[in-house]
Design a protein around this ligand. Structure first.
Ligand code: 4AD
Ligand code: MG
Length: 432
């Protein structure tokens, strides 16, 4: 069988004959020459067909091709510095696999609603493909990071009996004669497996029934979560910083062409992860915001405008530490000597991309945890197994969750997380 060449490998095939299998992205013609833009998922290349240089039926076939028709193309690779990507294909043969019907997505002029309704086709566009390729790199980088450090990948259930991050954002589902909730975070189960395996992580879908329509919120999103026995708050922050830097540097290193296609300011991105991340306390952040003209009440969450101010101020990711216990989840370890605060931190991205990570040291002591459950008005029974972790060999431990879509949006420089996932789920979006 004749071997298929992928466009991303074309640089190694200059002067050679190749077979490309893909789709027609665009076609233009200047009479005797036709230019076919061919895409195959790994890249886009321009193919050139000259009348008289190929059999006439091939030239006529090309002239009748519609956008997104699937084709197999044979030709010779030429280096061409003017071509996007640096290479061009002189086409010698063309085979039609399927003639596409009139494609609903034109090159320009559609609103986001229309594009989202056609998300199953929109994913093919020259903007969505690099985003999804970078998303892949982010996920793979996270796996490689944890794997190379001896973490064990383990899984948490999606169907769960209880809340992790507050009861107001739970999706309830029928579960035979009972009810269940789609998980908000795999954390509680990772705490259990961390006590079995030491250091664990997972990357999984998580759900929040949040009625927010911001550019940072999805109802179904992916989280990379890690949980480490014998890690304290400081160890936790160090690991988070190393992870985020590794992921960004990996994208910069291996996904330059994609970042270029998205016109990402890579110099800016490089500078953001160059030095150590900033660290401030929640109280200091309120002070800083006050000076910038924004008054935030103690205990209130930071919103988008506040995150933008912090981003402009630090120009790199910033950890906000010493957070008020009342605004955070029940499982966080109180600050020694000041139980109004917890040993937790949020990592805020620069450029207004918002909170990338939420993490904390977890409560070690069983009695403290029971009190916290009461304070948060949570029923005891569904958390009985979780309390067991404090009865049988409890140790200080810490963990965090990194939002995949926000991380991808930041790296890609795209405004809205809905483009950072193949099929976004939002307040008013459940299709396609
Ligand atoms: O800060 P969160 O709620 O933390 C937790 O769920 C912890 N249990 C994680 C842990 O410690 N294992 O969520 C973690 C991250 C956020 O920082 C944000 O990046 C992302 O998940 N996130 C969302 N992303 C998109 N849409 C939403 N509705 C999100 N909610 C949180
Ligand atoms: Mg959070």
């Amino acid at each position: 069988m004749e071997e298929q060449t992928y466009i991303e490998d074309i640089g190694g095939k200059v002067g050679q004959g190749v077979l490309l299998c893909g789709w027609l992205y665009n076609r233009r013609s200047s009479g005797k020459i036709q230019f076919l833009l061919i895409r195959d998922g790994t890249g886009i290349i321009q193919g050139v067909l000259g009348e008289g240089e190929v059999p006439q039926e091939i030239f006529t076939l090309a002239a009748g091709l519609t956008q997104e028709s699937s084709i197999k193309v044979r030709g010779t690779v030429r280096e061409d510095p003017r071509a996007p990507g640096g290479y061009e294909l002189t086409i010698s043969d063309l085979e039609l696999v399927h003639l596409a019907e009139e494609y609903p997505i034109a090159k320009k002029g559609h609103g986001v609603g229309f594009l989202m309704d056609h998300r199953h086709l929109w994913v093919r566009s020259s903007r969505q493909v690099p985003i999804l390729r970078i998303r892949h790199e982010v996920l793979q980088a996270i796996r490689d990071f944890f794997h190379s450090r001896g973490f064990i990948a383990t899984e948490s259930p999606i169907l769960t009996p209880a809340a992790v991050e507050g009861t107001t954002t739970l999706f309830e589902v029928d579960y035979f004669d009972d009810k269940a909730y789609l998980t908000q975070s795999g954390q509680l189960y990772l705490e259990a497996t961390a006590m079995a395996l030491g250091r664990v992580y997972w990357i999984g879908p998580t759900f929040r029934a949040e009625r927010s329509k911001t550019r940072k919120h999805l109802t179904e999103f992916w989280m990379a979560e890690a949980e480490m026995a014998y890690y304290d708050h400081e160890d936790n922050l160090r690991l988070q910083e190393e992870l985020v830097r590794y992921v960004v540097e990996r994208a910069l290193d291996r996904r330059r062409p994609e970042l270029g296609q998205l016109e990402r300011d890579v110099k800016l991105l490089e500078s953001e992860v160059e030095g150590p991340f900033a660290r401030i306390t929640y109280a200091e952040s309120l002070e800083l915001l006050r000076e910038a003209g924004r008054e935030i009440a103690w205990g209130a969450d930071l919103g988008a405008p506040e995150e933008e101010i912090l981003g402009d101020h630090f120009k790199r990711p910033v950890f906000i530490e010493a957070l008020p216990a009342e605004m955070k989840a029940f499982y966080m370890e109180p600050m020694p000597g000041n139980p109004k605060l917890v040993l937790a931190a949020d990592l805020i991205a620069p450029e207004g991309y918002g909170e990338l990570i939420g993490g904390s040291q977890r409560v070690t002591d069983g009695e403290v945890l029971q009190k916290k459950l009461e304070q948060f008005n949570l029923p005891r029974e569904p958390y009985e197994w979780y309390l067991d972790l404090r009865r049988y060999g409890s140790v200080p431990h810490s963990g965090f969750g990194l939002g995949i879509e926000r991380t991808v949006a930041w790296i890609c420089g795209i405004k809205h997380v809905r483009e950072a996932i193949p099929f976004p789920r939002q307040l008013y979006r459940l299709t396609p």
